[in-house]
Ligand binder design. Sequence first.
Ligand code: SF4
Length: 293
Amino acid sequence: MHFTDTVYRNPYWPTFPLLQITQGCTHNRCKFCTMYQNVDFRLQPMEWIEEDLKEIASIDPNAKTIQLLSANPLVMSYDKLAPVLEMINKYLPKMEYIYTQGRVSDLKNKSVTQLCKLKELGMREISLGVESGDDDTLDRINKGYHSSDIIEQCSKLKEAGIDFWMSFLNGVGGKELSQAHAVNSAKIFSQCEPMLVGTGCLTLFPGTPLLEEAEKGKFQPLSEKEMLIELKTFAENLTCDCYFITHHTVSGKNLTGPDFLKRKDSIITALDDEIAHGDMDMLAAIRRSKRTL
Ligand code: SF4
C-alpha cells in the first residue's frame, strides 16, 4: 500500500480498507494544527491508487465499505474524483459505502448534480472538520471560511442526499470567544442538520501558532472546567437530532450515541456533574499526554 508520511483516518471507521488518494492538506493554515506542516499537498498517482486497490481486492474482494485518505481528498475536482470512485467499483464490485473527509470549502468546486453523481458512484458519507460556526472564531483560527459558507455547502450535501459529519472544536475560541463559539456553532450546526456531530477538545501542540500566541498572552486557553462549561453551552443550544460524539473531555462517562435530542437532558446532567465533581487534574494530565489531534 502507498501510505505516505502523515495520514489521518477516522477512528470511528473500520481500519480496513483504507485508500490514500491525496497527500497533505490544501489549506495547512489552521492555527491549531501541525499535522501536515511539512507535507505538500499532492494527488496520489492513479497507478498507485490502482495498485492499492488490487492489493485490497486480493485480501477482501467483497469489501463493501472503504475510507479515503488523507486530510481532504474531498478537494479533488469532480473530474478527478469520479474516476477514482469508478476504479474503486471496478476492483471492489460489491462496494456500497465510500467515506471521505474534507473541509467545507472543498465542496465549492462541485455542483449538486456532480455530488449526486458521486453518490451514485458510492460516496455516501463525508466528515467535515468544521470546528466552529462562529465567524470571529473561524477568523481567529484562520479556518478560511465563514458560517455562510458552511450553510451553503452543507445544503448542497443535503440536496444530494450525502450524509455528513460536523466537528466542533471545544475551546478553540479561547476565553474571549468561548460563549459565542458555543452558541453560534450550535446554531449553525443545527441549521445544517448533519447525521453526526463530533466534539473534540483543543490541545495546544508544540509548533502551532495558537500555542505561540498563548505563550505571548495573546490567546487565553480555557481551563478543563471552562472546556466542559463551553461544551455544555454547545449541547444546550444544539437542536438537531443526530448521532453525538464527545471525546477527549468527559472521562468515565459515555455520552456518545444516537438520538441526541432524546439524550440531550442526560448529556447536560452528566456534564453538570463533571463540572461540579470531575477530576480536572486528571483531565489536564490526559491532555498533556496527547501528541496529535
Ligand atoms: S485542521 Fe484540517 S484543514 Fe486545518 S490545517 Fe489541519 S488538516 Fe488542514
